[in-house]
Design a protein around this ligand. Structure first.
Ligand code: SF4
Ligand code: SF4
Length: 437
């Protein structure tokens, strides 16, 4: 694509990067076919190609974001299906990241939209605040229908509906500690505790730590870890996202210096995609660039790391698992086969639901901020998954698990919970939801 930026504009490294991404797009439109918002809404401006044009026009003309740009960029799930499809290697992720920062700096959103976004940014990344908010939301749930009557309050209704009726107690595994290898030590890793996941489902990291230690891996939960910054990064709040990244880079650098790390294990793939991008996010920071690149290189999805450990073949569990491939794992990190191969080796029959490339509509805070599109994608996803007639659904991202779990009676578990069970750990509690499983 031809671009017309001035030399002065290109002196800004962020604009220069956006320009080099834009130049790679050849307008072919292959990406439209796999874009969930284009497939759902049928509007070119809700396709990757349409958004690329909008971003180009806004940046080239040095214009503040307007309502049209904001509407269509806000509808983008950042699922990155377009990057998997694009034959020209257009780095849509960094382009839309840049557009979101530009929007945040130059556009004043309507009051309710601003308040909702501020609240999400102030609550979700902090487990204590999030836990309290979930308890309050459980009380407010009966009023979700009332909020639905006013367009600006629909995100509140979505939030209330998503809140679980019961919040599990905090897990000891989320506290800073070193979990010793339970057999001959063959590695040392740190694990991200994260923000929302340990509140919504502490059993995931418990399963990961217990499986890894049984396999001879020492697992460190370092003091000072926090939210990876993905939630605010996708809102364009770059300073807040970079602060989170720097804090975690410092924490993991200390852990590397203290005893060495073979990997930084991530059990929420949405976070994994962002941590693998820390090197890029902090590339212009002279103090952090090198340390951040080292951290990104060590970040591994738990299934990516487990597949390096040579696990034994396990006996059949007699269960059919529909594997939901989270967008952040399949498109963001290109981890596609490892989870399925691990599940098969562990004795499960694995099914790939149709349209597996399409997002479930969770996408961080998308199911709160864009409830209508999100609900359509969720219904489509659940129908596709249920068509495989599984006993259980496995996924590697708490956002997808919550989203899908809110629309089906089939138990939804994290991949690592099934693996932990297959290799001697406890049966995932979620399986008790169905007597036949
Ligand atoms: S990230 Fe997903 S929703 Fe956004 S343009 Fe690409 S395919 Fe469409
Ligand atoms: S597939 Fe790639 S090159 Fe083609 S229009 Fe989409 S982003 Fe541009």
């Amino acid at each position: 694509m031809q671009t017309n930026f001035t030399a002065e504009q290109l002196a800004d490294p962020h604009v220069a990067e956006a320009e080099s991404i834009l130049r790679k797009c050849v307008h072919c439109g292959f990406c439209t076919a796999t874009c969930p918002t284009y497939v759902t809404l049928g509007n070119e401006l809700d396709s990757p190609r349409g958004r690329i044009y909008l971003i180009k026009d806004m940046l080239e003309n040095g214009r503040p974001a307007d309502e049209q740009v904001v509407t269509h960029i806000d509808r983008c799930l950042s699922c990155l299906a377009c990057t998997t499809t694009c034959p020209s290697g257009v780095d849509y992720m960094h382009l839309v990241d840049h557009a979101r920062i530009h929007i945040e700096k130059t556009y004043r959103r309507p009051l309710m939209n601003r308040l909702t976004r501020n609240m999400l940014a102030m609550v979700l990344p902090y487990p204590g605040r999030f836990r309290l908010a979930l308890k309050l939301a459980a009380l407010g749930r009966p009023f979700a229908g009332l909020f639905d009557q006013v367009k600006a309050l629909k995100p509140m209704a979505a939030m209330l509906r998503l809140a679980p009726s019961k919040v599990p107690p905090a897990s000891d595994f989320a506290r800073p500690a070193t979990h010793a290898a339970a057999s001959t030590r063959r590695g040392r890793v740190a694990i991200l505790t994260g923000c929302a996941q340990p509140v919504l489902d502490p059993g995931i990291n418990e399963a990961a730590i217990s499986l890894l230690t049984r396999l001879g891996i020492e697992v460190v939960v370092p003091q000072g870890e926090g939210c990876c910054g993905a939630l605010v990064h996708h809102m364009g709040r770059e300073e807040q996202a970079l602060d989170s990244a720097r804090r975690n880079v410092d924490v993991w650098t200390r852990a590397i210096e203290e005893g060495g790390l073979d990997a930084i294990i991530v059990t929420t793939s949405g976070c994994g995609t962002t941590i693998k991008d820390y090197g890029h996010m902090l590339r212009l920071d002279p103090v952090y660039a090198e340390k951040a690149a080292r951290v990104s290189a060590l970040a591994k999805d738990v299934t990516e790391y487990l597949s390096t450990l040579d696990l034994p073949i396990s006996e059949s569990k007699g269960l059919t698992v529909a594997y939901h491939s989270a967008c952040s794992l399949q498109h963001g990190q290109k981890v596609t086969m490892a989870p399925k191969l691990l599940l098969k080796s562990a004795g499960f029959t694995v099914k790939d639901p149709p349209e597996g490339h399409l997002c479930c509509g969770s996408a961080g805070t998308y199911n709160i901020m864009q409830p209508e599109i999100s609900a359509k994608l969720k219904a489509r996803k659940v129908k596709n998954i249920e068509s495989t007639k599984p006993d259980v659904i496995a996924a590697g991202n708490i956002g997808c698990m919550t989203q899908i779990g809110s629309a089906t009676d089939i138990p939804v578990v994290h991949t690592v919970e099934l693996l932990n069970w297959a290799y001697g750990g406890p049966r995932p509690k979620a399986l008790d939801r169905r007597a036949s499983v």
